[in-house]
Design a protein around this ligand. Structure first.
Ligand code: SF4
Length: 235
């Protein structure tokens, strides 16, 4: 392996380990010496709904410029975690840290989500984490309706491929988008919804917990309900 590629591989592995990952996936275009390159299926972005794996979906959309956020992003934040996860968390959009690292929920809110998962006896690698938008809106503004309209089908395809048993929306905006509603977070919490055949619940965004301690207890109650629902669905 040439030295430049070795350095690239080393810095990639260090970055993933610093993010706390124990299972590290090979970037799609990185060859490992001694391993044959897996033949890759080529889908265009307009064929994303035909993709049969998350890798294929990523390859189809990774250069997306369908909305203006494609121009300003540093990295497209596809999503991360177990491709066969029972639980999928969905937030609204990447922030600055996520845009820089290409990974969802890696800033302060992400670290809090990791602690919530640990309290549930789960790790990031046990669940799947994604967002409605795959590119960061400038100054962390809310997703615009047209951006969400264009980008959400990618998330929908991700959900179809992962087939989680439960989707947990983190925050009002993600929930309003997926449920196509204007209900407040208070109206959506503590209820079960159906998202195209998948059970869906809504809880506070971890960033809200960082702003106010009052949301911690209800969020923990929600997580316990989520775990109980998952057990029920597995029976
Ligand atoms: S936000 Fe979504 S639709 Fe817009 S450029 Fe990024 S991937 Fe494409």
């Amino acid at each position: 392996m040439p030295e430049s590629e070795e350095n690239l591989l080393r810095s990639y592995l260090i970055q993933r380990m610093e993010l706390g990952e124990k299972v590290i996936f090979r970037p799609f275009d990185m060859e490992i010496p001694g391993h044959d390159t897996v033949e890759q299926t080529a889908y265009s972005i307009d064929e994303f709904e035909k993709t049969e794996s998350l890798d294929d979906l990523y390859r189809a959309i990774c250069e997306c410029q369908k909305c203006s956020l494609g121009q300003s992003r540093t990295n497209l934040v596809f999503g991360a975690g177990n491709p066969n996860a029972d639980i999928m968390f969905v937030g609204e959009a990447p922030g600055a840290d996520e845009d820089r690292l290409g990974e969802p929920f890696v800033g302060r809110a992400g670290q809090l989500l990791n602690r919530i998962l640990a309290a549930m006896k789960l790790e990031r690698q046990d669940v799947y984490i994604g967002n409605i938008l795959k590119c960061r809106p400038p100054n962390n503004r809310d997703p615009q309706p047209n951006e969400a309209l264009i980008c959400e089908p990618f998330l929908h395809q991700q959900i179809k491929l992962i087939k989680p048993k439960v989707i947990c929306c983190l925050g009002r905006i993600a929930a309003q988008r997926l449920l196509q509603t204007n209900m407040s977070l208070g109206q959506m919490r503590d209820r079960w919804f159906d998202y195209h055949g998948t059970t869906l619940m809504v809880t506070y965004h971890p960033a809200a917990l960082l702003r106010s301690n009052q949301y911690k207890r209800p969020t923990w109650d929600d997580m316990q309900k989520l775990l109980r629902k998952l057990e029920e669905l597995k029976q």
